[in-house]
Design a protein around this ligand. Structure first.
Ligand SMILES: Nc1ncnc2c1ncn2[C@@H]1O[C@H](COP(=O)(O)OP(=O)(O)OP(=O)(O)O)[C@@H](O)[C@H]1O
Length: 480
């Protein structure tokens, strides 16, 4: 049988199956049919022969490339969501050979599209460029390395990096990754890496300067107890201790109190103090299954921060019906209390993590959520007292060597302390949050004298609101 007649004589479904494996083949066969029956003129023949040659050349090029890649090259793939992606992009974008790639991605104020490294110089809308949708070859320690950054499955939000080298041993690639890692660790030194989630995946959002614990104003004894607790928990010997007793190796804390009293700040400081990454979970954006998969993907040592757990549709039934509107019910219906409890200490939940929940309304939380085992320590965050107000005043007005350039009345350290006591005497206790007091002080940050002079007026104007606050938060006095 004449091969060129094959396409013409085939049923339509076979033709399309052939096209799946050899795109364009049926078209070629159809022309070949015309060729053999003498229906085509000489130009068409030339075109056909040329096209056929190109088809064969492309087919064999792809085939040989694939063969070489599979048998003579070593390759490492890096997924967009993994931190190794940042390590590599950070390194590559600083190499001389990557500065002049013809295809790159421009980003404002960040090294790459996830905006991980902040613009430290503070230049407005500074631009940076990283190689994108392209391949670069370069020499690393006398080895030829090929780097390709491509969109995965044509989706603009997802990318993949493939790094390969000639030879069957990936050692040189691993060395390259180690170097990228070392550079990256230098960049994030003294920083806390913050992750949030999108589409059920953790992704790094930013890295923040570590905030020293000393800058958080709270009961010092309680702070120290928390630090010792976390320190003890993270001690490498503790995991074995838990395992020998059959106790799940997890630790949970509940920070509760009015807004702006330092709950989130302390969580960040704790993560920084123990050099842990912090994973912030927004409960209103997840359902049971997403929450469970997010918890199971946590690394073994990290801080997980569940902010405003009372707002997550997991509160006591009677309070929920009273308070929620149709809209909020619709928004939160995906997450149930049992889903949250399962995620926190179910079988698939990661061990070794420090769980911190925060709430403004502890009285709205279901007892099961905060029972010992899930919450091992509860810490109350209070509105300011005299001592805290004086310390906040000193925080703003005491000069340090680094802030000489900031124009400010310099009245000497002793005078600042004297004014701090005067200031604290004028602010009513248990009315304002540290955030409110700080906001007032920042408004007057150029002059401590003005801050003292203006504070009574400010306190009076804010006190009416403060009284409402006290009534609404009457539970505070029970717990303090
Ligand atoms: N106890 C505190 N010590 C030092 N700074 C504080 C304290 N409380 C609040 N602040 C400052 O006030 C701001 C808000 O604090 P933060 O977000 O930690 O409060 P929060 O209790 O988590 O509030 P919310 O309940 O609304 O989330 C931060 O800039 C923080 O520096």
């Amino acid at each position: 049988m004449d091969v060129s007649n094959v396409a013409a004589s085939m049923p339509a479904y076979q033709v399309s199956i052939l096209d799946i494996f050899f795109p364009g083949l049926t078209g070629i066969l159809a022309v070949a049919n015309g060729l053999s029956t003498g229906q085509l003129n000489s130009y068409a023949r030339l075109l056909f022969v040329g096209g056929f040659c190109i088809f064969l050349a492309r087919y064999f090029y792809g085939y040989i490339n694939d063969l070489v890649d599979r048998h003579f090259m070593s390759t490492i793939h890096v997924s967009y969501y993994n931190e190794a992606f940042d390590m590599l992009i950070n390194w590559i974008s600083e190499q001389h050979f990557a500065q002049n790639t013809r295809t790159s991605l421009a980003s404002v104020g960040a090294k790459h599209r996830r905006g991980f490294f902040d613009n430290a110089n503070g230049d407005k809308k500074s631009l940076s460029f990283t190689p994108w949708n392209t391949s670069i070859s370069f020499i690393y320690k006398n080895h030829l390395i090929k780097f390709s950054r491509t969109q995965k499955d044509g989706r603009s939000s997802e990318e993949e990096i493939v790094v390969s080298c000639v030879g069957r041993s990936p050692t040189i690639l691993k060395e390259l990754f180690q170097e990228c890692r070392a550079e990256y660790l230098k960049k994030i030194e003294k920083k806390t890496t913050v992750f949030d989630h999108q589409g059920g995946e953790w992704r790094k959002t930013k890295s923040r300067e570590i905030r020293p614990l000393s800058t958080i104003l709270m009961d010092e004894e309680e702070k120290q107890m928390l630090v010792n607790d976390v320190d003890n928990f993270l001690d490498p010997r503790t995991r074995g201790w838990y395992a020998r007793r059959g106790i799940p190796y997890r630790r949970g804390f509940l920070l509760y109190g009015p807004p702006g009293t330092g709950k989130s700040s302390l969580s960040l400081s704790i993560a920084g103090r123990f050099d842990l990454d912090i994973y912030v979970l927004n409960l209103s954006a997840v359902d049971d299954s997403k929450l469970s998969s997010l918890f199971s993907e946590l690394p073994s040592h990290c801080v997980v921060l569940l902010e405003d757990v009372d707002a997550a549709g997991t509160t006591r039934a009677e309070k929920t019906t009273e308070k929620t509107t149709d809209q909020s019910v619709a928004k939160l219906q995906g997450l149930t209390l049992s889903g949250l409890l399962n995620a926190i200490d179910g079988v698939s939940s990661q061990e070794g993590r420090v769980l911190i929940m925060t709430t403004n309304h502890i009285e709205h939380l279901d007892a099961a959520l905060i029972r010992p085992g899930r919450v091992d320590r509860k810490i109350f965050f209070r509105l300011t007292n005299k001592d805290m107000n004086a310390r906040l005043f000193c925080t703003i007005f005491k000069q340090s060597a680094e802030d000489q350039h900031i124009p400010k009345e310099d009245i000497g350290e002793e005078n600042v302390e004297r004014l701090a006591i005067e200031f604290a005497g004028k602010v009513p206790e248990n009315v304002f949050s540290p955030a409110e007091v700080l906001s007032f002080l920042l408004e007057n940050k150029r002059s401590p004298v003005n801050a003292v002079a203006n504070v009574e007026k400010w306190a009076k104007s804010g006190q009416a609101r403060g009284k409402d606050l006290r009534r609404e938060l009457s539970w505070i006095s029970d717990s303090s």
